[in-house]
Ligand binder design. Structure first.
Ligand SMILES: Nc1nc2c(ncn2[C@@H]2O[C@H](COP(=O)(O)OP(=O)(O)OP(=O)(O)O)[C@@H](O)[C@H]2O)c(=O)[nH]1
Ligand SMILES: [Zn+2]
Length: 370
């Protein structure tokens, strides 16, 4: 009975794996009879990688399709689908070879890492789950997959977390659930009757906030802003984006109207985390635009899950909103999660000479109303 109650459930096991991957500890992925060790290339140490290579041979390299398109020649990348891309490394490939393929500073426009041998068939749930897990740990989406032959020694003695690939994929796709943790009055410059609510992901680490300005009338659509964290813009006043001015303009509008709700989501860098955002900024300083830079690293244009915002709204008993945004996908995603957006209110502020290109790419490639 005690051991049963201590048995981690699917969510808890996936979260433990995420923590291990972030520390560079491999995890065992299974899919029916297939077993493999998932090794994140960003965090694994050279010693650990070398020991695994001696024990299990040369691992497959797995990268996202967007990364493959960014680092391979146009012809070599032809006919790649959207799923993970499997690459067979040369027999002599060592740790340095894998690191070169994932090196975010390498400028592929002036050369290449050499021809990459893409394995066209055989992509399985192991690869999809591996990529999903690595991305959800905000790591560079690239990993080594050490296949374990049927005759490999049992791994029971290795202190590794084990996960079924199908189970991991279900967990990653599941509707997010947030738990309200704490809330208190917080007088703000824009309105002294404000309240901050903290919600927590079941991973126990990531938190998202709702800031209630005044006393919103729940019988009417609530003036709402969904704002994704931007440390550089919100806190430091970066001129590279429009986040800080948008945040302040949204709060000012709520203050003018006397009430509103700011949902502040910890989805830094459109969901890739601050470290990766700095990597894409570095690529942008070399001429890539905001979307190309995300792809170069191996991410999609936008990795955010706006269902989190719907979850916050539902938890606060809000289903009708007037949404301050220029981003059509926020509106779409909320509608799919049962939130009625009665009106979309544009939020065009904070244009600078430094973010002109960024904003025009958002309009051109991401369909923002700018
Ligand atoms: N990956 C990446 N993220 C960026 C870049 N510039 C800003 N961001 C992030 O983009 C997000 C912008 O969030 P929001 O302002 O809420 O959303 P939006 O998609 O611009 O939509 P609206 O502002 O509502 O119109 C934040 O998470 C920023 O950290 C960039 O060049 N690359
Ligand atoms: Zn920003």
């Amino acid at each position: 009975m005690l051991s049963q109650s201590l048995m981690p459930n699917r969510t808890e096991r996936v979260n433990r794996v995420r923590g291990d991957l972030a520390m560079g500890i491999p995890c065992l992925l299974t899919n029916g009879p297939d077993r493999a060790l998932l090794v994140p290339l960003e965090t694994v140490t050279e010693d650990r990688f070398a020991a695994l290579r001696v024990a299990f041979g040369v691992p497959e390299l797995v990268i996202s399709a967007s990364r493959a398109r960014a680092v391979m020649t146009f012809a070599a990348a032809a006919n790649l689908g959207a799923g993970p891309v499997r690459i067979r490394p040369p027999e002599a490939a060592d740790f340095a070879w894998y690191q070169r393929v994932i090196d975010t500073k390498f400028d592929y426009r002036s050369g290449s890492v050499g021809p990459l041998h893409v394995l066209r068939a055989g992509e399985t749930q192991l690869h999809q789950a591996g990529l999903g897990l690595i991305k959800s740990a905000e790591l560079i989406p690239a990993f080594a997959l050490f296949r374990l032959a049927k005759s490999s020694p049992t791994l029971a003695d290795l202190p590794l977390m084990s996960l079924n690939a199908g189970e991991a994929l279900e967990e990653l796709a599941d509707r997010p659930v947030l738990a309200p943790v704490a809330s208190a009055q917080l007088p703000l410059e824009v309105h002294d009757a404000s309240r901050l609510h903290v919600f927590r992901d079941p991973d126990g680490q990531r938190e998202h906030y709702a800031i209630e300005i005044g006393s919103p009338d729940l019988t009417k659509p609530i003036l709402t802003r969904l704002h994704s964290a931007c440390f550089t813009g919100d806190v430091l006043g970066s001129l590279k984006c429009d986040c800080g001015p948008q945040l302040r303009a949204a709060l000012a509008r709520m203050s003018e109207e006397g009430a509103g709700l700011l949902v502040y989501l910890n989805q830094e860098g459109r969901g890739i985390g601050l470290a990766n955002k700095m990597r894409v900024y570095d690529l942008q300083s070399k001429g890539l635009d905001t979307v190309e830079a995300n792809h170069q690293l191996g991410f999609e244009d936008d990795e955010r899950d706006f269902r989190l915002a719907a979850e916050v709204l539902h938890k606060l008993g809000i289903t009708n909103i007037r949404l301050l945004t220029n981003n059509p996908s926020k509106e779409r995603s909320l509608a799919e999660s049962g939130i009625t957006v009665t009106e979309r209110l544009p939020l065009r502020v904070g244009q600078t000479v430094h973010n002109q290109g960024y904003l025009s790419i958002k309009a051109l490639k991401s369909g923002h109303f700018l």
